[in-house]
Design a protein around this ligand. Structure first.
Ligand code: FE2
Length: 666
């Protein structure tokens, strides 16, 4: 007889303990053990327990283990969360089997040894069959569903609790999320704000919505929201840094003339256009979008154009705003020299348009929905033993659950966005489909995106500065891992699972639109490296940049109105303090918007920062070392960003690696 020393590591998380009997079977190239009871009556959370499995002879090289957990009759079934199993063979070889998932049923679950393998690395039918079986089950567990025509596909599920256990929120995350949501709403109810459909009579009264829910920046925004420089600053470092671009020639439909704008230091508009000091935010994709009806009242949504000038002191300032796309007498170009109320009203309409552009295109579509496509296609096409699975699975944590929740609570028929947003209801899918048709691969890769928007040298653009450094660090890490496993382009082309993965993304995420530039297949190692970098960047950094500031900039409603109740002014000199109050959302809509922004800006206590890999899917030395180097570089960048922030009036913290979550989890 020979003995195998089996050490089981159970996860240290709520409800990971099991009182059900667990059995293991070891499978090697020369045979398999009997199904053997791990002789414990209870396996506690956080426990490291060692057992012996005896066999008549050596099993050769271990390929996989089978685990099952079956309760005795009259015994309650529970869920068990093993982290990994380590096995010392009679030959004194150590094998590690990463698991990191819940086992709550009575089925037999198969787990592969930790060394990453592509399909063509499998030297025996045991491994080949195991990966086929795994993927066949996953294609059932993670099926595609059409969300709406023209939009990326989503996971087929009946709400978050119908998702497989392994992708659901942890107990901690779930409890905290519900608690934050409930306390926010309870506070509003106590104050009688939830049902109050009246307009604000005074902007200062908005302070009563959340007395204690504030951030240093939300307070600062409340104080300075009317100022032009903060209006412009938000196009660089607010929640939507993806709209602004350099403007060398004015668009034909935005006829700003020399005499309209005042340019300091004796320069003029055409000169500044030539010098590259003029920037544009053009919300043309909102053109023609019908606005929602909120509480029986027609709302308004415009498609403005905003012209900005970089002053000699490097500050960016808005110099002209046109609220609709077609120039006309009833579509005046508003200027900072107009009355305070006219100019502020114009800026409020821009903020209203920016809310829709940001939440639907930049945030929901380009991070949440794409990340869902990346996650589902990964789970469907790559087995746990595949190197790309090991690399990317930590960057999919909680994404399917938060998206299912958001479909139920925000964008579903009774969701907050549907009921209270200018672009809720039918506009939502219409605008998303238009945005989807315009997504390009280049716009998802920050170095290309910055080059295409010609923003390389615009000062005080911290989203770009931090984002580009993060891209470089992620790229280096991804390149290290991919080059370790793929020695030639031929290996990339031959990896059938990898090719199915990208094909699935191309078809279900980008609807086979070749003009998007998304590759339908991978031909080279650099192509695979760039695409994987984009996936990791989108699921972590890009989401942090467009998500984390939601309360900072939206906590003071007039800075981010979710909807507008009056039509845009068609003539100068027709606005007043009271038309502004009638334009902004009413009391209950404000309260709902602020509660949602608060909920979506709160990190959970089981937040995993970028580059931290508490689940050790990689067991080999080289990728493990690359992960350590990756984390070290991120730590260094965090120090640099903190030093830079010391000297800033507004600290830009969204892309500090410490604040970036590994995945889209909120
Ligand atoms: Fe988010």
């Amino acid at each position: 007889m020979v003995d195998y020393e089996v050490t089981v590591y159970t996860g240290d998380r709520a409800y990971a303990t099991t009182v059900n009997p667990v059995h293991i079977k070891l499978v090697g190239t020369e045979g398999e053990s009997a199904r053997t009871w791990l002789s414990s009556w209870v396996i506690f959370r956080g426990a490291v327990s060692t057992y012996t499995v005896s066999c008549p002879k050596s099993l050769g090289r271990l390929v996989l283990i089978e685990l099952d957990k079956r309760q005795f009759r009259l015994m309650f079934g529970d869920a068990w969360f093993p982290d990994k199993v380590e096995i010392k063979s009679p030959e004194r070889d150590i094998y590690t089997f990463p698991i990191y998932c819940w086992i709550s049923d009575r089925e037999t679950h198969c787990f592969r040894e930790g060394k990453a393998l592509r399909m063509f690395d499998e030297s025996n039918s045991l491994g080949r069959n195991a990966r086929k079986q795994e993927l066949s089950q996953r294609s059932v567990d993670y099926a595609w569903e059409l969300f709406s025509v023209g939009l990326p596909y989503i996971i087929k599920a009946d709400g978050p609790t119908s998702l497989p256990d392994e992708v659901q929120f942890s107990f901690t995350k779930r409890t905290e999320f519900v608690f934050t949501a409930m306390t926010g709403l309870a506070e509003l109810r106590l104050k009688g704000l939830v049902d109050n459909q009246e307009n604000w009579q005074n902007l200062d009264d908005i302070n009563d919505v959340f007395h204690y829910k504030e951030t240093p920046l939300s307070n600062y925004v409340q104080e300075h929201w009317k100022e032009d420089w903060l209006f412009a600053y938000q196009f660089l470092n607010g929640v939507n840094p993806n709209m602004i671009r350099r403007c060398k020639t004015l668009p034909n439909n935005f006829p700003v003339t020399e005499d309209m704008v005042s340019i300091p230091n004796g320069s003029n508009l055409s000169n500044e256009l030539k010098q590259g000091n003029i920037y544009l935010c053009d919300f043309k994709n909102l053109n023609g979008m019908p606005a929602n009806t909120v509480q029986g009242k027609q709302q308004y949504l415009t498609a403005p154009l905003v012209l900005l000038h970089k002053r000699p002191n490097d500050k960016l300032m808005p110099i002209a705003i046109q609220l609709k796309q077609t120039p006309a007498e009833d579509n005046p170009i508003f200027l900072p020299t107009d009355s305070d109320n006219d100019w502020l009203t114009a800026k409020i309409f821009v903020k209203g348009a920016n809310f829709t552009e940001h939440q639907l295109n930049v945030h929901l579509l380009r991070t949440h929905l794409l990340a869902e496509v990346f996650a589902v296609s990964l789970l469907r096409n790559l087995p746990m033993v595949h190197p790309l699975y090991k690399l990317l699975i930590p960057h999919t944590r909680y994404t399917l659950h938060i998206n299912e929740l958001s479909r139920a609570r925000l964008t579903g028929p009774t969701g907050v966005f549907t009921k209270f947003g200018a672009s809720g209801g039918e506009t939502l899918t219409k605008f998303l489909a238009r945005s989807q048709s315009l997504i390009t691969y280049r716009s998802l890769c920050i170095p290309d995106d910055i080059a295409d928007r010609d923003l390389q040298d615009l000062p005080n653009f911290y989203y770009r500065d931090d984002g580009l450094q993060l891209w470089t660090i992620i790229f280096k890490f991804v390149q290290g891992v991919i080059q370790h496993y793929y020695k030639s382009d031929d290996e990339v082309q031959r990896d059938s699972e990898l090719q199915t993965w990208i094909r699935d993304i191309f078809e279900h995420g980008f609807l086979s639109q070749s003009q998007s530039g998304i590759p339908p297949s991978f031909m080279t190692v650099p192509e695979l490296t760039k695409f994987t970098t984009m996936v990791m960047f989108t699921c972590s950094c890009q989401h942090a940049a467009v998500n984390s500031g939601q309360y900072d900039y939206g906590g003071w409603m007039p800075n981010t109105p979710t909807t507008l109740q009056r039509a845009p002014p068609t003539k100068k000199g027709t606005t007043s303090k009271s038309t502004i109050l009638e334009t902004l959302p009413p009391i209950n809509v404000t309260a709902q918007g602020m509660a949602s922004a608060w909920l979506l800006s709160q990190p959970s206590s089981d937040f995993v920062p970028l580059g931290h890999y508490p689940e050790e899917h990689f067991t080999e030395e080289i990728p493990r070392q690359l992960q350590k180097d990756f984390k070290a570089e991120l730590d260094e960048l965090s120090i640099k960003i903190n030093n830079r922030n010391e000297g800033l009036e507004i600290r830009y913290t969204y892309l500090d690696p410490k604040n970036i979550e590994n995945s889209i989890a909120i």
